[in-house]
Design a protein around this ligand. Sequence first.
Ligand SMILES: [Fe+2]
Length: 253
Amino acid sequence: MHVMHYPFGKLEVDEDLILSLNGVALNGEPRLLRDIMSVLRNRGFVNDQNSGMVLYRMYRSVAVDPAHVGAFRMHSVRFDLTVMASCLLDREPNKTLGHIHQEAKPGLSYPELYQVLHGHASYLLQRFEGRTGRVSEFLVVDAGPGDAVLIPPNYGHVTVNVGGVPLVMANLVSTRFSSNYEPYMKLRGAAYYLLEGGIFEPNPNYSDLPQPARSGEKYPVSKDIYTDFLCCPKSYSFLNDPTRIGFRYCERR
Ligand SMILES: [Fe+2]
């Protein structure tokens, strides 16, 4: 059992990745190994014995108190929690399927804000150039407990659990779109596969790839993204209007 205390509440995770918030078990949608088979570096890793393994559970539209539901709804924002197992998928640490977001304004897709609550994550952000679909930038942001990571407009994203413990993360995102997993499924994953030991291996299904860049910058958080949002929802209007984002990553190679 892993226990976390944040201003918004107490979280507990059991060995089946079931998440409880203030003592109440939440209902989550599981993502199984077979669901992400198409984006694995080694699809041969999946067999009849392991294909039903739960890699992560997604808990969408979570509210600590029913009185908070209206505030989230009014601003077209939802708060989600995700719990990812710590395991290896052949040589890749456990990862999400990967997706892109729809456009919110011409030429700008919806952003998203994550916060790591437990464990360590590497967020693999890749910028797709609209017309060609070429990846012009591949940015890696490493995050530990309390760190918040912005997914900027026009970046697809994959999260990798690089810690030796279950990864628990929260996110704030617009309710006005659905994630599009197709580009990642078609290209068999992100532009680079992150392997154990921190090795980045180019995905051969992409051409003309930039070198991976890293950023150590984090999005500023006061308490936690749930409490901060309820305190000042207007500060999060960028989630539905990306022209209002006042944050940029500075790269270090
Ligand atoms: Fe997303």
